[in-house]
Design a protein around this ligand. Structure first.
Ligand code: ISE
Length: 336
């Protein structure tokens, strides 16, 4: 069976998913594209003979669409996710699931009413080979308990419309989800530190920041979010266990030896760095939809990450205050 997918959002991320589904993956086909900009929908859809819609409602209710992939801005995710659930269709929603805890709760309520897990949040790092190896080492128990995790989330540059809040809800949110998944527990406290700012940032932006968080069992997590590095897209993570330290590899691609020395080529974007993880994530989702089962992160995971964002933003807006509690509702049995 070919899973017939409707794509909502024909921007950069949507087009990257479109190309991977049509050209690289198997078992799925994009049959419709919706975007509030009709030209964007048409220019994305036409080369693949897909339908173009300027409203997401029409796409969701199209009987030729089996499942929905959402790649619009976080702020507008919730209504489309809920409509897809109500239409009984599986949804892969790019992160964040929604930008407020209330919207995430509304999504979880809709899913529970539907009686079936239909929502997967696009936290692609769960499909990254190196993070998975790191998780295997941790879960083996060979090196004792985890005490700390050091993360560095570095981007070469960001556009002028990237805000200080986005350093948390668009960038650090990846570590919030990855740490919850890796450690298998919730983050309960968080604060934001503000080191000396880089001169390479736009004046309105606070950059870099360091997010410090603690989990239920007391694991300390830090995350350097530094998005005007100029030289690379670099994701680093070191897990400190009682008798070992486990680090992601250097994500190197090629080695160059010349008069400047011996060096690796570095990735320059998340599309580049996480290409294999994105492919694995979307392929696994297509396979799961074809078999009528859920895969990947749940709406609860999307909700929990958004709650960590809210607490971190509170600390950030207070000028980098002491630790802020992450407030979560009781986890519904549906997501156990
Ligand atoms: C972007 O939205 C991502 O998801 C990238 O992984 C992240 O590195 C970047 O900072 C975000 O803006």
């Amino acid at each position: 069976m070919t899973v017939r997918i409707g794509l909502i959002g024909a921007g950069g991320m949507g087009r990257a998913h479109l190309a991977r589904i049509q050209d690289d993956l198997s078992g799925g086909e994009i049959v419709a594209v919706a975007d509030i900009n009709p030209d964007a929908a048409r220019s994305a859809a036409e080369p693949y003979g897909a339908k173009a819609y300027d409203s997401s409602d029409e796409l969701i209710n199209d009987p030729d669409v089996d499942a929905v992939l959402i790649a619009t801005f976080g702020k507008v995710h919730a209504p489309d996710v809920i409509k897809a659930i109500e239409a009984g269709k599986y949804v892969l929603c790019e992160k964040p699931l929604a930008t407020t805890a209330e919207d995430c709760i509304a999504i979880m309520d809709a899913e529970q009413r539907a009686g079936k897990r239909l929502v997967t949040v696009g936290f692609m790092r769960r499909f990254d080979a190196a993070y998975n190896e790191m998780k295997e080492v941790l879960d083996s128990g060979e090196h004792g308990q985890v005490l700390m995790v050091h993360n560095r989330h570095r981007n070469p540059s960001v556009p002028e419309n990237y805000t200080s809040r986005m350093a948390i809800d668009d960038t650090a949110i990846h570590e919030f989800d990855t740490m919850r998944w890796l450690l298998g527990e919730e983050i309960v406290k968080v604060r934001v530190d503000r080191p000396k700012p880089t001169t390479h940032r736009f004046g309105h932006l606070i950059d870099p920041i360091v997010v410090v968080a603690y989990t239920e069992s007391g694991v300390r997590i830090d995350d350097e979010v530094n998005v005007n590095l100029q030289w690379a897209y670099s994701i680093e993570c070191e897990l400190v266990l009682e008798t070992a330290a486990v680090r992601l590899g250097d994500q190197e691609r090629i080695h160059i030896r010349d008069s400047h020395g011996n060096r690796n080529a570095m990735c320059q974007s998340h599309i580049d760095r996480f290409q294999a993880a994105f492919n694995r994530e979307v392929q696994e989702w297509i396979n799961a939809v074809a078999e009528d089962r859920h895969t990947g992160s749940t709406a609860w995971d999307g909700y929990a990450a958004t709650c960590v964002v809210d607490a971190a933003v509170k600390s950030h807006e207070d000028g980098g205050s002491p630790l802020v509690d992450v407030e979560l509702i009781d986890k519904p049995g549906f997501y156990a």
